[in-house]
Structures are given as structure tokens and as C-alpha cells.
Design a protein around this ligand. Structure first.
Ligand code: PLP
Length: 333
């Protein structure tokens, strides 16, 4: 797979560390848990979107764009990282934020990612829940074009074949780290939302013939639906890379048992997962994605889903800034 054929800008601190989680593993009494620290990608408090943005912003630069337009939920990590990438490259950035919670707390509206977005001078614009956000960013881009600007539109979560290349690259990085460390990776587990992370990982492991199974823990959609969405992006990403044999549908596996009442809505298992990871490993997860993903991993360990001698890598996709939009949900005194 030749990633060098695509335009790219350097934004990530990579390779991100691949580390064991010995105390959490011992506490759970299950397999050996490892963590891929993509919360440490380095740009404006890090996270998975930075890997995607290396390729997306590379394309924006190649097209001569001067203004990036994207969208997400109010506490979007993606919008935060996109504003930061635009700042680094001297472009303007508009983030359209969708109100997905019905009765949000003040800290949800103003702290966490939103505070950081404002600090970086991002132009924020809000839309009611249920808005067609993809249309909304296209409309905004059309307005900018009419005013003589050169906008570059990034879909929610940066999830298209260009963005997914960032996780193809992460898969290659993981395979090489595992080889260096003499580590046999039996499973990779992570949170899946807009699908680019999982699609990129699946294509990357397939393309390197690594046979490492990936399990996405859904934060929004039911299993069937999420698997279909991921698989669609797997196919277009594999095509972009010219993977001759394609990827089989069975390579895309999602568990949707940890969504709870809905996207961005706290669950007891999420709170436990965030607290256990903080207390046993000194690592901060986030309330919307990695907390639920880790809740899924912990749940599966407790159900005996993994063998004791297996190595399971949890991809920490970032987002801890979001904790400050959700302190009300945690029982800490
Ligand atoms: C966006 C995001 C995810 C989900 O990744 P997708 O590529 O959108 O599926 C997971 N974790 C965090 C912290 C995120 O911000």
C-alpha cells in the first residue's frame, strides 16, 4: 500500500506509544490489555482525527483552500482538531455544531472542546438536533465560494476514503511496533462512530496481510447498520489504495451493546470504565467514545470473550477534553 502517493501534511506526533496496561489487566483478571496511545497524537490535546487530518488537510493545501468547513456534535473532538490543524496551516475554519442533547448542561455548551474551539479562534455556528449536517456544511461552503473564498469541506469525523488513510497508516504503525516489541496482537478494540477509524484499521491490517481482528464498539448506531456503514467505507478506501482482492464483509465486526440511551449520553458502564482506567493506569478516557469503548472491552473481558493468554490492544482515540463538558455525570467528590 503506497500512502506516499497521496498529499499529506505532518500534524501527528507519531508513532504513538503502544504500552501495556498491567494493573487494569490484573484487576480484571482477563487477557493482557495493551493501549495504543492515539490520545497522544499531539495536536491541541490529540486524538484520532489528527491522523485523518494529515491526509485531509494535505488535500486541502494541494487544492489551494483557504477555509475549512466541517461539522460535529457540540462537544466534537473532530471539530477541535480540525480548527487546530487549520490554525497550524494558516487557514480559517468553520465548525457547524449540532445540538444532539435535549437538555444540555452549561458546561457541555461552553467548557471542554467548545472552550478549546473558541480559544483557537474557530468560527462556530450551531444547528438544532436532527439537522442534515452534511447539507449544512455544503451550504456554508457554497456561501464562502460566492464570497470569493476557497473552502475545503471535511465530512463529520473526517470519515471518507481520504481521512481513513490516516488509520490505514495507524494499522501499519501498529504492525511494525508489534514486530519490534515481539508482541503477538490477537485483537484490536476501539470505539466506532463516523467509521473512518475502523475502516482504515481493517483495510490497513488486510493490506498488510496481518490477520488481526478488529472489533468496533459502537457509540451510536445498532450493529447491523454500523457494520454496513463501516464496510461501505472499507470498500471505497480499499479501492482508493488499489487493493486488488478487496476486503471480505466478515472483517467488519461491531458490538453495539454499550451505546446506552444514545450518542453522547452517559451510562453507568462508561463511568465505571473511565474511573477504572484513571485509577489503575493514570489514563483519561472520554465520556462519548473511549469511555463506552472501554466499557465494551471490560464487559467482554468479564464475559470471558478473550483467552487469558491473549493480547488485546485498545486504541485510545482521544477525547479527554470532553470530560470537562461532562463532570456532572461523574460521582467524584
Ligand atoms: C471521533 C472519535 C471516535 C470515533 O472514530 P470514528 O472514526 O469517527 O469512527 C472515537 N474516539 C474519539 C475520542 C473520537 O473523537
Amino acid at each position: 500500500m503506497k500512502l506516499t502517493q497521496f498529499p499529506r501534511v505532518k500534524l501527528c506526533h507519531a508513532p504513538t506509544p503502544l504500552e501495556p496496561m498491567p494493573r487494569l489487566s490484573a484487576h480484571l483478571g482477563g487477557p493482557q490489555l495493551w493501549i495504543k496511545r492515539d490520545d497522544c497524537t499531539g495536536l491541541a490535546s490529540g486524538g484520532n482525527k489528527t491522523r485523518k487530518l494529515e491526509f485531509l488537510m494535505g488535500e486541502a493545501v494541494a487544492q489551494g483552500a483557504d477555509h475549512v468547513v466541517t461539522q460535529g456534535a457540540v462537544q466534537s473532538n473532530h471539530v477541535r482538531q480540525t480548527i487546530a490543524a487549520a490554525a497550524r496551516l494558516g487557514m480559517k475554519c468553520t465548525g457547524l455544531l449540532e445540538h444532539r442533547l435535549t437538555e444540555p448542561e452549561d458546561e457541555y455548551l461552553n467548557n471542554g472542546n467548545v472552550f478549546l474551539d473558541r480559544l483557537m479562534g474557530g468560527e462556530l455556528d450551531y444547528r438544532p438536533g436532527g439537522t442534515n449536517m452534511q447539507e449544512a456544511i455544503e451550504e456554508r461552503a457554497a456561501q464562502l465560494r460566492a464570497q470569493g473564498h476557497k473552502p475545503y469541506v471535511i465530512p463529520g469525523g473526517g470519515s471518507n476514503p481520504t481521512g481513513a488513510l490516516g488509520y490505514v497508516n495507524c494499522a501499519m504503525e501498529l504492525v511494525s511496533q508489534a514486530n519490534d516489541q515481539g508482541l503477538r496482537i490477537d485483537h484490536v478494540v476501539h470505539g466506532t462512530g463516523s467509521t473512518g477509524t475502523q475502516a482504515g484499521l481493517v483495510v490497513g491490517f488486510e493490506g498488510t496481510n496481518s490477520q488481526i481482528p478488529v472489533l468496533g464498539i459502537s457509540v451510536r448506531m445498532p450493529r447491523e447498520k454500523q457494520e454496513q456503514l463501516v464496510y461501505r467505507l472499507v470498500q471505497s478506501t480499499a479501492a482508493k489504495l488499489g487493493l486488488k482482492d478487496g476486503v471480505v464483509r466478515e472483517a467488519v465486526r461491531v458490538n453495539s451493546d454499550y451505546v446506552g440511551p444514545g450518542y453522547g449520553m452517559p451510562t453507568e458502564q462508561m463511568i465505571e470504565a473511565v474511573q477504572l482506567t484513571a485509577q489503575y493506569e493514570g489514563i483519561f478516557l472520554d465520556p462519548v467514545y473511549t469511555g463506552k469503548a472501554m466499557a465494551g472491552l471490560i464487559g467482554l473481558v468479564r464475559q470471558g470473550h478473550f483467552k487469558a493468554d491473549e493480547n488485546v490492544v485498545f486504541v485510545h482515540t482521544g477525547g479527554s477534553a470532553g470530560l470537562f463538558g461532562y463532570t456532572h455525570a461523574f460521582h467524584v467528590s
